[in-house]
Design a protein around this ligand. Structure first.
Ligand SMILES: [Zn+2]
Length: 354
C-alpha cells in the first residue's frame, strides 16, 4: 500500500525519468540493463502455490513491467545487446534486454502475447536435456512431491528416513504434511538441504524419495519442446543456452563444464538452425574457468544472476559476467517506482550491486 502511494507520487513526478536523466548527465553514459525473468504464469492458479524457486511472475504484472520498461528504455534484442556490451554499437538511447531462464512452456501462453503486443524482442535460455523429454528440474520434483504426497506415502518416507543422509533424514523425521503450511515448510526444508549437495547426489536422493512416496509428476510446470522453441524463435525470440543438464557449472570439472557448454550450443544450433551466442549459467554458478570455457566454446556473452546494470563496451572478459536485475510491481506506479529505486541504487552504489 505504502509502495503504491509512493509509486503514485513518483510516477506523476517523473522520478524514474529524472533519476535516469541525472545519472546519465553526470556519468556521461547511457543506461544499459538486462531484466531477469523465469516463468510467466497465472499466479491466481493456487495449485502452484508450493513453488519456491520458480514461483514466477503473474502475466498481468509482466504486462505492467513491459509497459513501464518501455516508457524509459528501448527494448532491444539479444544481438543488439551483445553488440552494445561488446562495443560494436555506439549507444544512442538507453537500452534494455528481457531475459527468460529455463524455457518454461507457459512462456508461449503468457509472455509471448505481451511481447508481441508491445513489439518487444527477448531471449529465452533453454537447458537442452529438458527439451522434449520428461526430465524435470530437481526442485520442481521436490515441490511436486511435497504438494501431492498422501499421509501413507509420508509415513513410508518417515519409516525409511534412516536410509537417507543425515540432514535429509532429519528433515523427513521433523517435517509433516498434515496441512498446506506443513507441506510448504517441508518442501522448503527439503529443497534448501538438497541445494547444498552435488547434482548427482541430489538426483539419486530425489529419485529415491519419489520411489518410496510413489510420486508421479503432476505439477504442470514443464520446459518447452523443440516445436515450441522453433515457434518462438520464428516469432523473434532469441534462444540462448542454459547448458545441457542445468547443473551448477562452478562445481563441475573442466571437461564436464566444456561438454555442458559445447553440447548445448551444438544441439540448439542444429535443431533451430541459428547461431547461439549467449550462455546463461544455471543457478548463477560460474567462476574464472567457466568464463574461459564459455569464451572457448564460441559464446559471445555469458549471463549471471549477479545483480547490477550493464555497460556499453565492457573490457576483457566482463561480457561473460553480465549482470541482471529483477523487475517488480503489480501496478504501473509500483513498477515505475521500482525503476526509480534501480536508478537510485546506480547513483549510490554504481553499476555493481554486491
Ligand atoms: Zn535456470
Amino acid at each position: 500500500m505504502v509502495e503504491t502511494v509512493i509509486g503514485f507520487a513518483s510516477y506523476y513526478l517523473g522520478l524514474a525519468r529524472f533519476l535516469l536523466f541525472i545519472t546519465e548527465f553526470v556519468t556521461g553514459e547511457k543506461t544499459l540493463v538486462a531484466f531477469k525473468y523465469h516463468r510467466i504464469t497465472d499466479r491466481s492458479n493456487g495449485d502452484l502455490g508450493y513453488l519456491i524457486y520458480d514461483v514466477g511472475d503473474d502475466y498481468r504484472s509482466f504486462e505492467v513491467h513491459v509497459a513501464a520498461i518501455k516508457r524509459h528504455f528501448r527494448i532491444v534484442g539479444l544481438s543488439e545487446y551483445v553488440d552494445c556490451v561488446s562495443g560494436r554499437k555506439q549507444p544512442d538511447r538507453r537500452a534494455a534486454l528481457l531475459t527468460f531462464d529455463d524455457a518454461d512452456f507457459e512462456f508461449i501462453k503468457y509472455a509471448l502475447p505481451v511481447l508481441s503486443e508491445h513489439d518487444c524482442k527477448s531471449v529465452v535460455f533453454a537447458p537442452t536435456d529438458f527439451i522434449s523429454t520428461d526430465k524435470r528440474f530437481w526442485h520442481l520434483r521436490v515441490t511436486n512431491l511435497a504438494r501431492s504426497i498422501d499421509s501413507d506415502g509420508w509415513e513410508r518416507l518417515q519409516s525409511n528416513a534412516s536410509q537417507f543422509k543425515g540432514q535429509i533424514a532429519q528433515v523427513i523425521r521433523q517435517s509433516s504434511v498434515a496441512d498446506e503450511d506443513c507441506r510448504a515448510k517441508t518442501c522448503r526444508a527439503l529443497a534448501y538441504t538438497l541445494d547444498q549437495m552435488d547434482a548427482e547426489e541430489v538426483d539419486s536422493i530425489v529419485t529415491e524419495l519419489e520411489r518410496i512416496a510413489a510420486a508421479k509428476y503432476t505439477l504442470g510446470v514443464n520446459c518447452m519442446n523443440w516445436e515450441q522453441l522453433t515457434q518462438i524463435a520464428e516469432q523473434g525470440v532469441a534462444i540462448g543456452s542454459h547448458t545441457v543438464t542445468h547443473r551448477k557449472l562452478a562445481r563441475l570439472d573442466e571437461q564436464t563444464t566444456r561438454s555442458e557448454l559445447v553440447e548445448s550450443k551444438r544441439l540448439l544450433e542444429q535443431k533451430l538452425g541459428t547461431t547461439v551466442t549467449a550462455i546463461c549459467y544455471p543457478a548463477g554458478s560460474f567462476n574464472d574457468s567457466v568464463v574461459a570455457a564459455a569464451s572457448e566454446a564460441g559464446y559471445q556473452v555469458g549471463f549471471t544472476t549477479k545483480p547490477g546494470l550493464g555497460s556499453f563496451a565492457l573490457p576483457g572478459d566482463e561480457r561473460f559476467r553480465l549482470r541482471r536485475v529483477s523487475m517488480y510491481g503489480d501496478s504501473k506506479y509500483e513498477a515505475d517506482f521500482h525503476l526509480a529505486k534501480m536508478m537510485l541504487k546506480r547513483i549510490l552504489f554504481g553499476k555493481v550491486w554486491d
